[in-house]
Design a protein around this ligand. Sequence first.
Ligand SMILES: C[S@@+](CC[C@H](N)C(=O)[O-])C[C@H]1O[C@@H](n2cnc3c(N)ncnc32)[C@H](O)[C@@H]1O
Length: 272
Amino acid sequence: MRTDEFAERYLSGLELWGDDFGPAQIEEWFADEREAYANLGAASSDSEAYGYSGFNRQYGFRYLPDRRFRRALGVGSAFGGEFLPVLDRIDDITILEPSAHLRSAALRSTPVRYEDPVPSGDMPFDDRSFDLVLCFGVLHHIPNVSKVVREIGRVTAPGGWVLLCEPVVSMGDWRSADRPGLTRRERGIPRHLLERAVGDAGLSIRSSLFCAATPTSRIGRLLRCNMYANRIGAVVDRALALATAWNYRYHPTSAWQKLRPSSVFIVAQRPR
Ligand SMILES: C[S@@+](CC[C@H](N)C(=O)[O-])C[C@H]1O[C@@H](n2cnc3c(N)ncnc32)[C@H](O)[C@@H]1O
């Protein structure tokens, strides 16, 4: 593909790189990503040390109704720390996770069952199996995003809830090898394409908020604290995401253009 055609179609954010791949290309991508996040060595095996609970509460969990969830699914939930804020409301947890290394036997006293995803994106679950689905920072590691989001819609029970959070910026030009700290294939998903995929999966979006503004992590580094672990940091992030939302673009080409929210947090529900 010509460089200018690639930029026009994908770096512009009009189309999502990977979403139109055929089976052979999808298999290659899937194999590259299977252990790629584990190999970065960024994840703590102590689920109690999970660092985004304040963030996930502020942007996602607080929108959930005050009820119990019979069966929850974590797509790419690794050790499962993201479930902690709602763990006491869940009876049963299944995690779809390709890495053999990012697995916990249990979350506190709740047993966790793991299943392996397959490249096609087909999930090994019956229709309407889960009343809560979490998918945090995972779809951008996957080529066939629309297919996987359709599967999330299929396995969600009527009235069930889906919480998704993904980068909505390119994360650099992914043809380049020079992207330190990232896996080979990960790339953000343009916001409008992510929201369209959720709608096409039969889910109704109840909330979709810009988050993870670039100044937030800089403030965290200055203060030597994790801004996403607690509510105050998440509230500061929301204010910064709102203040910089006007500058959102998928693929920035200058430092100034990088001053913007980098992710979107979506809370969606499958209609009854
Ligand atoms: C950035 S990590 C996020 C982990 C966790 N959700 C969190 O928020 O800490 C991405 C996760 O997606 C997983 N992953 C990669 N490809 C996947 C696939 N095809 N299906 C499900 N999970 C996948 C990785 O192994 C990793 O656990």
